[in-house]
Design a protein around this ligand. Structure first.
Ligand code: PLP
Length: 478
């Protein structure tokens, strides 16, 4: 495995063969999809048998360790296949997608670093042992203290805007040369299908808007004035942004790097951070598009990015984790209203916030299991899968055809490994569910499944304490 030393790893030839669990092309094809589903079924059965899902803990989240490792390997292989030998590549996981220390440690074990955007995320990355040289700080609202801390640690920083550059100008030169420092630009290539996740619109809040009048010349001059500014960063979108727009954004940034370097008369920009944003297929177990598809498109669109003159940083989040997470919840009650069957479960807005508030953009697959955790059979009946929260919209799936759920059955919300259970929403003071990693091999038995606790479930005592319970008199004391 790759050592946590040096700013960015060298991707050697041997990396391209590191594609465990894939079919060698980097595609997790139908066979890999079947195996992932089989591992999940085993884990659900085992979770019920071993009491991970109980009356006290009626909701639990599972992470497929085998699947996460395979996705990390596919990411390495995809870029190793298109980069010149000895290209410096750092794949930094966007921590916000799954801010869980053991998950970051697992990814570190697979040669993946961390992209952080807050003191909390930096703390999580450090607790996971991610080396500063393999950590990138990207927040759009870094305070002076955050900047000083990142620079004192030697963490790469991408400045967001002119004021942040001015702030950096005020720091000692030694601080500015310890960390690689870049500037985030917004290529303004346009919006995807989900406005809230489209980072490259004309008016996006992120980075320096490159097509605004005078901006490009300003950026070039900003680099010429600051020899310590050596990186360019863009993240042109997340779920819903079309591939070719993402590639177009990267092409724009590469062109800008060439322009800066020509003006500087030297390779001042030595690294390009292309962000993350690979979309995830939420409609089946297949992992499409694959990292290999994106890497090939980038190579075709921006060949100069891969000729070995530039180091590369990527910041994928959702695509590394989403397919490998499953939320299990007990059906507490099965009822009917207006002729529609409704399964009232313990999984709702607290773990699937985006889906509940914006179901058109974020539909989730639901799988039905019986009380013993076996896949449920029977004819499909259109029904609602509701959550436990006290507002009418708290529904995971509306009018969804599934075998008719009964009290005590188990529902699974699939593809929830990124931005779902890891991004808890504390509505109704519902507890953060426990998260367990599992290792299972398709074709074995539930008894062979191994679990490890990633995060215990939040207790009522913790909820009370976090809700000011330590000082009930705070507002009535004179
Ligand atoms: C959220 C984010 C990412 C990760 O995006 P995904 O869609 O999860 O891959 C990467 N870089 C930045 C700057 C981000 O804000």
């Amino acid at each position: 495995m790759i050592e946590d030393t040096g700013t960015v790893e060298e991707t050697g030839k041997d990396n391209s063969e590191d594609s465990r669990g894939e079919d060698g092309t980097g595609h997790a094809g139908p066979q890999a999809a079947r195996e992932a589903a089989a591992r999940r079924d085993l884990a659900v059965r085992a979770a019920v048998e071993r009491g991970l899902l109980t009356e006290a803990d009626p909701i639990v989240a599972l992470l497929d360790v085998t699947g996460i490792r395979a996705s990390a390997a596919a990411l390495h292989a995809a870029f190793a296949a298109v980069t010149a030998p000895d290209t410096r590549v750092l794949h930094a996981f966007a921590v916000k997608a799954a801010p869980l220390v053991p998950v970051l440690r697992l990814l570190r074990d697979e040669g993946i670093g961390a992209e952080v955007a807050s003191p909390g995320e930096l703390g999580i990355a450090r607790a996971a042992g991610i080396a500063p040289e393999r950590t990138v700080l990207d927040s759009p609202a870094k305070t002076p203290a955050e900047l000083r801390e990142a620079l004192s640690l030697g963490i790469a920083v991408n400045a967001d805007n002119p004021q942040e550059l001015t702030r950096l100008d005020g720091l000692p030169h030694s601080a500015l040369t310890r960390s690689p420092i870049g500037l985030r630009v917004n290529p303004q290539t346009g919006s995807g299908s989900i406005g809230a996740l489209s980072t490259a619109t004309a008016t996006s809040k992120f980075g320096v808007a490159l097509r605004d009048e005078g901006a490009r010349a300003w950026v070039v001059q900003a680099f010429l004035d600051r020899p310590w500014l050596t990186r360019l960063h863009t993240h042109s979108g997340s779920q819903g942004v079309p591939f070719d727009l993402m590639a177009e954004g990267v092409r724009t940034v590469h062109e800008l790097a060439e322009e800066i370097n020509a003006a500087a008369g030297r390779q001042q920009v030595d690294t390009i951070d292309i962000g993350g944003g690979l979309p995830v297929n939420f409609s089946s177990d297949e992992q499409t598009p694959a990292y290999a598809d994106y890497a090939r498109l980038l190579k075709a669109t921006v060949p100069g990015l891969f000729d070995g003159r530039y180091g590369l940083v990527t910041e994928f989040g959702r695509s590394l984790l989403a397919k490998h997470g499953t939320v299990l919840a007990r059906v507490e009650y099965a009822k009917s209203a207006g002729g529609r069957p409704i399964a009232v479960t313990h999984a709702g807005v607290q773990i699937a916030t985006r889906t509940v508030y914006n179901p058109e953009s974020w539909p989730l697959r639901i799988a039905a299991y019986d009380a013993e955790g076996r896949p449920k059979g029977g004819p499909d009946v259109n029904q609602d899968i509701a959550g436990p929260a006290c507002f009418a919209g708290d529904v995971l799936a509306t009018d969804r055809p599934l075998p008719l759920l009964a009290q005590g059955d188990v529902v699974a919300a699939l593809d929830t490994g990124a931005y779902y259970f890891a991004n808890h929403y504390a509505y109704n003071s519902l507890a953060r569910p426990g998260v367990h990693g599992f290792t299972a091999t398709a074709g074995t038995t539930p008894g062979a499944v191994r679990f490890a606790t990633v995060r215990p479930a939040q207790t009522v005592a913790e909820i009370v304490a976090e809700s000011g319970g330590g000082d009930p008199d705070a507002l009535v004391r004179d």
